[in-house]
Design a protein around this ligand. Sequence first.
Ligand code: PLP
Length: 475
Amino acid sequence: MSPEEFRRWGRAVVDWIADYWERVERYPVLSRVRPGDIRAALPKSPPWRPEPFDAILADIERVIMPGITHWQSPNFFAYFPANTSGPSVLGELLSAGLGVQGMLWATSPACTELETHVLDWLVEMLALPEKFASHTRGGGVIQESASSAALCALVAARERATNYATNRSGRSAPLVAYASTQVHSSIEKAMMIAGLGRENLRLIDVDERFAMRPDLLASQIESDRRAGLVPFFVCATVGTTSANGIDPLPEIGRLCREAGMWLHVDAAMAGSAAVCPEFRFIHDGLELADSYCFNPHKWLFTNFDCDCFYVADRESLIKALSVLPEYLRNQASESGQVIDYRDWQVPLGRRFRALKLWFVLRYYGAEGLQHHVRRHVRLAQEFARWVEGSGRFELVMKPPLNLVCFRHKAGDEFNRALLERVNASGQMYISHTVLKGRYTLRLVVGQTHTEEEHVRRAWQTLNRLAAELETSSAR
Ligand code: PLP
């Protein structure tokens, strides 16, 4: 594609995205295709001859759009958000255009230094403990996901606990890790990948607010010790996936300090709330953590993928993940004056992700980010009040932030049927979980452009469809 053609089609694609964002509410939020529909619309054989770009672009509308679930619709309330924004997409485009592979400082110094700088800015913007900033022994790095951050933390903890014996010889001590019953599945996966075994992850029960019980953690650590096992790692969650439960970091952190265990804090979605001073209580006790992560690709208006991962002692991470073949040796690395982020992650290669984050932080500023996060929390809290005041629905717990867990009073089967109807309506999209053994509906306010009118309409849709279902089940 010549630069002239790229200019022309580049404008067309940007126009297409802007048009899409303007009309996103006209689509059913949840895609309605059946399994196999998209592949059936694609030619069976690969393209042997070049095709004109307008034909390719036309197929976005014809083939792809029916199979899109509209995460950027302001009526998307499911799972946790994966939100985006104009500045983020433009940063992503520039990153693709530059096509930088930033494995080493030397392979594009700006890629590394902007990343370090932006991650330091976030330490200040979220008031994270100073030990995560790069002028200390710690520092931050962008990972593609919270799952990768957890895996890196777990491997660093494993090596610290075994004095690097596992990396050396594959042999390990009988290590055991801990998390609450509400922990994200990525921790179990990390245990599997790190060769530690999912059976060696102890799931600690939670209290009525779905937060880990430190008394139970303490007694489990004690009984594992007595059994000759080696407790080495705790993952605490700030904002659990099912209910946004917040584990008590001060108590858990103290236990970890006493036992010499690594504390990783997973704040994948909720961490972004700390941009607002009034929500920083979620990080009370974070100064006791060895590592921490949150995802701007969830709730900080930065498109997927972008997870910010911080460690208090970067040497322990680098030592656990570094392998140096001859072909990567270079003067800058050997000078000891630069960061080579390849040593902070699983893959060697890395994209210039910091660009989009830089654009977002500058375009919105802390004040702009606070404005949106605050609005989302306020709208979720308002929705929770409507639930509380209704005779039909009940709250499962008072939402700490922007996720409301609720259910219709008629029981599991009714809620399951209601969820199906609501999502089939195309007007909104919510998801479910099971809490205290009962089917529960989840509504998260976190899409960049969700306003009061969208939440109000969601409440009306829920009530209208619940009323229809009540009538048909009464027959
Ligand atoms: N941790 C928590 C609390 C999550 O809710 C999620 C995903 O929703 C993850 C980790 C995994 O995130 P990622 O997709 O970035 O790996």
